[in-house]
Design a protein around this ligand. Structure first.
Ligand code: 13P
Length: 287
């Protein structure tokens, strides 16, 4: 069932669990994530970065593919198609293409500009029942080739952006995309707690879900995080399984690899990663 992220996150916040956003890059990733969500009776958000959208032949192709899968695979759990770290222009394209949720990452604009653009998008998205995620305080690490410096969000700015009618708020609390360095200081729970109090009942979003220890994930959920984004961990498990298959040399007697068989172990590995995360986030049987 294709829906916006609004209701699923409201429910998650009220019942103290988090919905996973898993990024998709191709048909195999989308299929693995949807099948796992259905098997575990969990709501799910499919994240699409601008780069992944381009790779998959544009946003309308993504919407067509996901809609087709929902129908053909009988997916009845709530599914949102969400633009991840979108620019203003790409958020507009996704609203047009049939996405049910968009993130506008205005964190690199001065706050007045972030407010203005967020307001405009909220108005357009609301008219179509599409949910909007805003960001305050850039998330560190790499986002589609752009390396941000991990920031800790300003509580007053979070309050201001949360008041603009967005449905979820991503606030930097020392989290970064990709693997965490050895000397990572951990999440700033003091800041998360203040942001949670200042923006309640706004569902908060934790980016950079890969590599955050389980106890920190649970604590973040207890402090109001209702959506957690995971990308790198799926990439790592997909790559490891694919590499193993190739190294085992299972080709077709000199005819090369069967593309369907070649991608199957990676697809299975993604299912296992998604299952582990849904269990940790507490979204199993919450559809
Ligand atoms: P990771 O790649 O660290 O899992 O982060 C994903 C993310 O936050 C996408 O927005």
């Amino acid at each position: 069932m294709l829906v916006s992220a609004k209701e699923m996150l409201r429910k998650a916040k009220a019942e103290k669990y988090a919905v996973g956003q898993f990024n998709i890059n191709n048909l195999e990733w989308a299929k693995s994530i949807l099948l796992t969500a259905q098997e575990l009776n969990s709501p799910v958000i499919l994240g699409v970065s601008e780069g992944a959208g381009k790779y998959m032949c544009g946003y309308t192709t993504v919407v067509g593919m996901v809609k087709g899968m929902i129908k053909e695979l009988n997916i009845t759990v709530p599914v949102a198609i969400h633009l991840d770290h979108g620019s203003y222009e790409h958020a507009l394209k996704c609203i047009e293409a049939g996405f049910t949720s968009v993130m506008f990452d205005g964190s690199h604009y001065p706050i007045a500009e972030n407010v203005k653009k967020t307001k405009e998008l909220v108005k357009l998205a609301n008219e179509k029942g599409i949910s909007v995620e805003a960001e305050v305080g850039a998330i560190g690490g790499e986002e589609d080739g752009v390396v941000g410096n991990g920031e800790v969000a300003d509580v007053e700015e979070c309050k201001m952006i949360a008041g603009l009618g967005v449905d979820m708020l991503a606030a930097g609390i020392g989290n970064i995309h990709g693997k965490y360095p050895e000397n990572w200081a951990g999440l700033r729970f003091d800041v998360l707690e203040e942001i949670g109090k200042a923006t309640n009942p706004m569902p908060l979003v934790l980016h950079g879900g890969t590599g955050i220890p389980s106890d920190m994930i649970k604590k973040a959920i207890s402090l109001g995080v209702s959506k957690i984004n995971v990308n790198t961990e799926c990439q790592l498990s997909f790559a490891a399984a694919t590499r193993k298959y190739i190294e085992e040399g299972k080709d077709l007697q000199g005819k090369g690899f069967d593309p369907r068989k070649l991608l199957a172990p990676g697809a299975e590995a993604i299912k296992a990663t998604v299952k582990e995360k849904m269990e940790l986030f507490g979204s199993v049987n919450k559809a």
